[in-house]
Write a protein that binds this ligand. Structure first.
Ligand code: NAD
Length: 495
């Protein structure tokens, strides 16, 4: 059986303990296809030392060199879209067209980073006082560790590594152990683009590798994306160790439908955003909030569309929705639908296993009459289960969303511009879609939720990514020939 290993210092690296292995599955067939190496503390140290060594020269590389290599990486990624999508589909299970979308959004982040000479321009103030100038320079932080979730094995690493290495840092990626192969394709492309050895390293592993990275004194910054409990713990442990940490967590995203909304557009959006990637997206819609009298018509319109969703493996081009990541996750997702009736909700559609008991498939499910306090509402299910909460008024919808512990994404469907503007201002959520169900910001804005969807104050990629991966130096200078007078002066300097 194939073993998926580390990539350290520009080459495949043997693990220090070859017996630490984890299984990798094809979720569409429910069979193990590979083993992944699980790093021990010695491997963590090897990867971090390679990154420390590379940072000495990479941190001092010219901006034009970095931009040239990033442009090359962009071209190589562009030529590898299908290969990357196939690797994602084989271990994650999402269908090829969806995997291509993920790759495209990742490439967008590299395109943003290609503008690094402009992004690192800093700021200059001339003549702040007589003969005195001030400028700000942006320097790399050092060694960055990126810890990523299973659901976007190409895009989320690219969210991080593109800006991190563009800013002159070196990077150690600890990908999800559930779908690790794509990380090695990325390593191959980064190497072929000409980045020096040690600038980008892949450390395969599980929680033990993460603990090693958190404890390592030479890791300067941590970018984490994953579930809320792990995000919280990584933020607390990493910052206590003096590291810079950004930690993005889980979600429960609401889609509010006002009575004036285009019903077909709202129903189509609920299907697309609720069941795309089998609901395994942190920006998936999991709660539809029907306001006023639109509830019955909306539930009917969503239910009528469910039979048209083609559930199947990525190898079948007609498939629109693939399996879940694992057997345990399939059973957990199913349990929410099975329990919903006992909780007082109404199961309108139970997708069961979509008639495919062999893989980790779950069909599209729709649950009406859901309320806070029910597990189906309170928990992040991360599967193709749409809940419908009915409320009387717009204000009830706002209160529902703002009471929820998460604040990642939200959508509003309406034709009323005034309501949309009010919604944008009143809702306590980081990313808002107005008649757009999955408002993942483009790469030149930044991505980040509010409340328990993020820990720390650093959203990811875009301008915030540049801020996170750099440390400013502010230089105040005066040259002797321009100094009018040189004298002893003990007063605090004022302009
Ligand atoms: P996860 O938290 O289980 O794992 C994420 C990473 O952390 C993996 O690399 C994993 O190996 C590691 N890890 C797991 N348990 C750990 C522990 N106890 N200690 C240290 N490290 C640990 O998340 P997942 O199941 O891979 O991904 C799904 C979750 O990620 C969902 O909650 C989803 O909402 C969230 N997510 C959030 C965003 C976002 O941008 N906010 C994006 C994608 C996914």
């Amino acid at each position: 059986m194939k073993t998926i290993g580390h990539w350290i210092n520009g080459t495949a690296a043997a693990p220090s303990d070859p017996s630490r292995l984890g299984p990798v599955f094809d979720p569409a067939r429910g069979v193990q296809t590979a083993e992944v190496t699980l790093a021990s503390p010695a491997d963590v140290d090897t990867a971090v030392r390679a990154a420390v060594e590379a940072a000495r020269t990479w941190g001092a590389s010219s901006l034009s060199q970095r931009a040239t290599l990033l442009f090359r990486l962009r071209e190589l990624l562009d030529g590898s879209r299908d290969e990357l999508a196939a690797a994602i589909a084989a271990e994650h299970g999402k269908v090829h067209s969806d995997a291509l979308g993920e790759v495209a959004r990742g490439i967008e982040c590299v395109e943003f980073a290609c503008g690094i000479p402009h992004l690192l321009k800093g700021a200059h103030s001339s003549e702040v006082s007589r003969g005195v100038d001030v400028h700000t320079e942006l320097h790399p932080v050092g060694v960055v560790a990126g810890i990523t979730p299973f659901n976007f094995p190409v895009m989320v690493p690219l969210w991080m590594l593109s800006n991190a290495i563009a800013c002159g840092n070196t990077f150690v990626l600890k990908p999800s152990e559930k779908d690790p192969s794509a990380s090695l394709l990325l390593a191959d492309l980064v190497t072929r683009a000409g980045f020096p050895p040690g600038v980008f390293n892949v450390l395969q592993g599980d929680a033990e590798a993460v603990r090693g990275l958190l404890a390592h004194p030479d890791v300067d910054a941590i970018s984490f994306v994953g579930s809320t409990p792990v995000a919280r713990s990584i933020y607390e442990t990493g910052t206590a160790a003096g590291k810079r940490v950004q930690a993005l967590g889980g979600a429960k995203n609401h889609m509010v439908v006002l009575p004036d909304a285009d019903l077909d557009a709202a129903a189509n959006a609920a299907i697309s955003a609720g069941y795309g990637s089998a609901g395994e997206r942190c920006m998936a819609i999991s709660v539809v909030v029907a306001v006023g009298d639109i509830g019955d018509r909306l539930v009917e319109a969503i239910a009528a569309r469910i039979p048209d969703v083609v559930v199947g493996p990525a190898t079948d081009e007609s498939s629109q929705m693939g399996p879940l990541i694992s057997a345990e996750h399939r059973d957990r997702v199913r349990s929410y639908v099975q329990r919903a009736t006992d909780e007082g909700a109404r199961v309108v559609v139970d997708g069961e296993t979509a008639g495919r008991p062999d893989g980790y498939f779950v069909g599209c499910s729709l649950v009406d009459g859901v309320k806070p306090g029910m597990r189906v509402y309170d928990d992040e299910i991360f599967g193709p289960v749409l809940s419908v909460v009915r409320v009387d008024t717009y204000d009830d919808a706002i209160a529902l969303i703002n009471d929820n512990q998460y604040g990642n994404g939200v959508a509003l469907f309406t034709r009323d511009g005034g309501a949309a503007r009010r919604f944008t201002r009143q809702v306590d959520v980081g990313m808002i879609g107005i008649n757009v169900p999955i408002p993942v910001p483009v790469a030149w804005h930044s991505f980040g939720g509010w409340k328990a969807s993020i820990f720390g104050d650093a959203p990811i990629y875009g301008p915030e990514g540049i801020r996170f991966y750099t440390r400013p130096k502010v230089v105040t200078s005066r040259w002797p020939e321009t100094a009018a007078v040189s004298a002893v002066d003990l007063v605090f300097p004022a302009n």
